[in-house]
Unconditional design. Structure first.
Length: 186
């Protein structure tokens, strides 16, 4: 009877360890998906802490081991995130060196232009460039064709910041469409 009990405890511990590993793998997969360079994915969230425990018959503890508490955080390669008007209100979780490319349509021939309502903190997110690129020429040529305004930013240091832009009508200092995103660099 004692031997069966011990086997059951080992089997239960192995089952719990397998479930914990499965939950950890799902959490890791989820956190990798949230760090995807495809910004149309919902805002990223922090990964859940990995469950602790062992596959032995020793009692399991809810307290993380010293090794788990001192382990270095997982790192990922530097990525480029491209945002468009569909990503208005997006929050990005970045690492130092990540690049954010913001592409918004504009038509300067109408007098409208994108202006900052709030620039990002250069200590957190540095603006590398800002330029308009014309749309491909059509045949026959069209007057007033749209352009794409492209801003490029690089994650510089730890912190949080926001970018707020307004598509300003000609001769006005308010009104027009808005676009914003926020970023946390960790």
């Amino acid at each position: 009877m004692e031997m069966k009990k011990s086997h059951l405890l080992v089997a239960a511990a192995l089952l719990i360890a397998a479930l914990a590993a499965s939950a950890c793998a799902k959490s890791t997969k989820s956190s990798l998906a949230s760090a995807s360079p495809t910004p149309s994915v919902s805002p990223s969230s922090s990964p859940s802490p990995a469950p602790s425990g062992s596959a032995t018959s020793a009692p399991m503890s809810a307290t993380p081991t010293k090794a788990a508490a001192t382990a270095a955080p997982a790192t990922r390669p530097v990525k480029t995130f491209t945002l468009t008007s569909k990503d208005n209100g997006m929050h990005l979780s970045l690492v130092k060196g990540d690049t954010v490319k913001l592409e918004l349509d504009e038509n300067p021939s109408t007098g409208y232009s994108w202006v900052y309502d709030q620039k990002p903190s250069s200590k957190v997110l540095e603006e590398l460039s800002s330029a308009s690129t014309p749309a491909p020429q059509t045949s026959p040529p069209t007057a007033g064709r749209s352009q794409t305004h492209v801003w490029t930013y690089r994650a510089q240091g730890a912190g949080a910041t926001s970018v707020k832009l307004r598509y300003q009508p000609p001769g006005q200092t308010s009104g027009g469409d808005t676009f914003s995103f926020s970023a946390t660099v960790g």
